[in-house]
Design a protein around this ligand. Structure first.
Ligand SMILES: *[C@@H]1O[C@H](CO)[C@@H](O)[C@H](O)[C@H]1NC(C)=O
Ligand SMILES: *[C@@H]1O[C@H](CO)[C@@H](O)[C@H](O)[C@H]1NC(C)=O
Ligand SMILES: *[C@@H]1O[C@H](CO)[C@@H](O)[C@H](O)[C@H]1NC(C)=O
Length: 245
């Protein structure tokens, strides 16, 4: 299913092929209150440590309840990173989970937008809702967990797994004819209003031609900058675009 396809007019067809690529749902396990990846990275903007001017960067060996900064400061190894030193959209997480507690919008816009992260947990910690905004772009995203600030929200916790056709074929034990091709380069667009927990998470994926021709046809699509070798797909690597809204 991940053949190469150079013509953009086939996008719609590919969309039909790829409709099954996402598996969204509510979490099935009962540990909804416990946030954070064990031994993963935890980032949050902290009123106690400079608020909108800095970020706390923690490594936690224990699971920390979402938005409990006092506990994070106590149980994790944390340091303060000045906002001015953060490269915009420059997070490059090679394996390992990333948890981000979001109080202020800049964390989404400046820190996350354009970042490469495989396993992301985003928790809203502000009690005022997130206003409608442009979506943020994430590269390489395979697993997303969103947690709303209000326990009483209609959809307090939502999960999305992005499964590529190559992986699906492997799981079924019958390799598809194209199983030798590289897995696609993953690009996701996330509507951050989902963090309000008011609507069920929906997603669809579209297989697309490799990034260079994609950028040609959609010049304003936030694709990885050419200057960033870490986040660059191979020139001939197909893309899988996932819209999460
Ligand atoms: C987390 O790190 C600690 C100390 O480095 C280690 O003992 C523990 O096994 C790790 N836990 C996981 C789940 O990786
Ligand atoms: C957080 O700290 C880790 C470990 O020191 C480092 O590798 C990473 O780049 C830091 N991230 C940010 C956003 O400062
Ligand atoms: C994310 O970045 C893209 C372009 O780099 C921009 O169009 C979009 O508005 C940004 N999203 C937010 C929420 O700032």
């Amino acid at each position: 299913m991940t053949g190469s396809c150079g013509v953009l007019s086939t996008l719609v067809l590919w969309a039909l092929c790829s409709l099954q690529s996402c598996q969204a749902g509510a979490p099935s396990s009962g540990n909804g209150n416990v946030g954070g990846h064990l031994n993963g990275t935890l980032l949050f903007d902290s009123p106690g440590h400079g608020g909108s001017h800095s970020l706390r960067n923690c490594s936690c060996a224990a699971e920390i309840q979402d938005c409990d900064e006092a506990l994070a400061n106590l149980l994790c190894s944390c340091r303060t990173v000045p906002r001015s030193t953060l490269p915009p959209g420059g997070l490059r997480m090679q394996g390992g989970g990333l948890t981000v507690w979001v109080r202020e919008q800049w964390v989404l816009r400046e820190l996350l937008n354009g970042s490469a992260v495989q396993d992301l947990r985003l928790s809203a910690c502000s009690h005022s809702p997130f206003p409608p905004a442009q979506p943020i772009a994430l590269f390489g995203l395979q697993r997303l967990r969103l947690r709303a600030a209000h326990q009483g929200a209609a959809h307090p916790e939502q999960i999305l797994n992005i499964v590529t056709a190559t992986e699906r074929g492997r799981g079924k034990g019958r390799p598809s004819p194209s199983s030798s091709t590289a897995p696609p380069f993953l690009v996701s667009f996330l509507d951050v209003a989902l963090l309000n927990g008011l609507s069920p998470l929906k997603a669809y994926s579209v297989s697309s031609p490799p990034v260079p021709s994609l950028a040609q046809h959609f010049p304003h699509l936030p694709l990885p900058p050419q200057t960033d070798p870490d986040a660059q797909p191979q020139p001939q690597q197909d893309c899988l675009l996932t819209f999460i809204y």
